[in-house]
Design a protein around this ligand. Structure first.
Ligand SMILES: *Cc1c(COP(=O)(O)O)cnc(C)c1O
Length: 393
């Protein structure tokens, strides 16, 4: 039986990622593949590094895209910084903090968990208490933008507390980078990882990371080898940091890196501050529409992420049926709840290229049509106007 080429349907991606990929990036991916040690390619890699330093707001020389998705960036931060026996304080307020715990354990470290309710930011006082109770802790890890709930934590304050107690910090910025302020040097973050498929509008499969001078020192001075050969920064740097004398480590995903380069050039053209402002403004428009429909947000306003909007599913509404109708009838993808919030919330992403007016209008109109037809308890005829009023202001 002959299998035909795969032609994906054209969707609007308003879930937790991947988000809509800009056509300029798709075009960049189709440019001719060249060798990963070709001088022309090496020159492009230097630019990717510089553009990532801009996106992360850092001068860290150890800034590069790991050749694998966000989870690999997470793993590379833990694998390089946690040594067997290290005590690591992990602040958890959603799904991804739980994965940090897994990482610490698999590196032979001892996780000390600080729990906050799902849908809330990490409470700095709880971290302070944990730091005082564990003076031998070496690291603090937390998720800046919890995509499973839509909560944003105060990274600057959490890092400051960690440093006061001589701990290095690992920060998950997979969903925050490019969508909401991330200031690595100003906030003093030691290790940070992100993903390309959320607010950078690029394809999934790459994970930008950055390590401070102090983190790089810790990695160089380890008493045990990093247990992952692929993610060992001491080896990866022979390729990414080698200048003209680059050594083969692994074959870089050449075309995917063209895509990342293009997305970062676009970020530079727009300007980071303008990208943050766009995400904030579009969140306000979507919020006006969703609230006019009668839906309520999970996260308190001051702790909300503009790029990930978690709203409660109205009583009696069939979660999966709504999402499948949105997909099949409107080509619109929104996200389901994860973990503790499964079946209780929808997660509506406004990330990167997906964060634009036409998507807000489509999402509100489609949700209203589907919910009204299912007899859900919502207000009809007012939501689009409410969103449009904010969009026009
Ligand atoms: C998406 C996400 C990840 C994982 O990224 P993948 O590219 O799916 O591996 C990690 N942390 C957060 C907060 C995320 O949103």
């Amino acid at each position: 039986m002959a299998i035909s080429p795969f032609n994906p349907p054209v969707r609007t991606l308003m879930g937790p990622g991947p988000s809509d990929v800009h056509p300029r990036i798709l075009e960049a991916l189709s440019r001719p593949t060249i060798g990963h040690l070709d001088p022309a390619f090496v020159g492009m890699m230097e630019e990717v590094k510089e553009l990532l330093q801009y996106a992360f707001q850092t001068r860290n020389p150890l800034t590069l895209p790991v050749s694998a998705p966000g989870s690999a960036g997470m793993e590379s931060c833990f694998a390089n910084l946690v040594e067997p026996g290290d005590k690591v304080i992990v602040c958890q307020n959603g799904v991804f903090g739980g994965r940090m715990k897994e990482n610490v354990e698999r590196c032979g470290g001892q996780p000390i968990m600080v729990q906050d309710p799902w849908g809330r930011a990490v409470d700095p006082q709880k971290l302070e208490d944990a730091l005082q109770a564990n003076p031998d802790a070496r690291l603090v890890a937390f998720v800046h933008a919890e995509t499973s709930t839509g909560a944003q934590s105060d990274a600057r304050t959490l890092v400051e507390l960690a440093h006061k107690h001589d701990c290095l910090t690992i920060v998950d910025a997979v969903t925050s980078l490019g969508g909401t302020p991330v200031k690595v040097d100003e906030w003093g973050i030691d290790a940070i990882y992100s993903g390309t498929q959320k607010c950078l509008s690029c394809i999934p499969g790459l994970s930008p990371v950055s390590f401070s001078e102090a983190a790089a020192e810790k990695i160089k001075g380890r008493s045990h080898k990093v247990q992952s050969w692929f993610l060992d920064m001491n080896l990866v740097m022979g390729y990414w940091g080698g200048g003209a004398k680059r050594a083969y480590h692994h074959t870089a995903p050449v075309n995917a890196l063209y895509g990342l380069h293009e997305s970062l050039v676009m970020l530079q053209e727009e300007g980071l501050e303008n990208a943050w402002a766009r995400h904030a403004a579009n969140h306000n428009a979507l919020k006006a529409g969703l609230e006019a429909l009668g839906l309520s947000f999970v996260v308190p306003e001051s702790e909300r992420l503009p790029q990930l909007n978690a709203v409660s599913i109205p009583e009696g509404v069939d979660d999966a049926a709504v999402r499948s109708r949105l997909l099949n009838e409107f080509n619109l993808e929104i996200g389901a709840g994860l973990g503790d919030l499964a079946g209780k919330v929808w997660r509506i992403g406004l990330m990167g290229h997906a964060s634009r007016a036409e998507n807000i209008v489509l999402c509100i109109a489609a949700l209203e049509a589907v919910l009204a037809e299912m007899g859900a308890p919502i207000n009809t005829g007012v939501a689009l106007g409410a969103a449009q009023k904010v969009l026009g202001s």
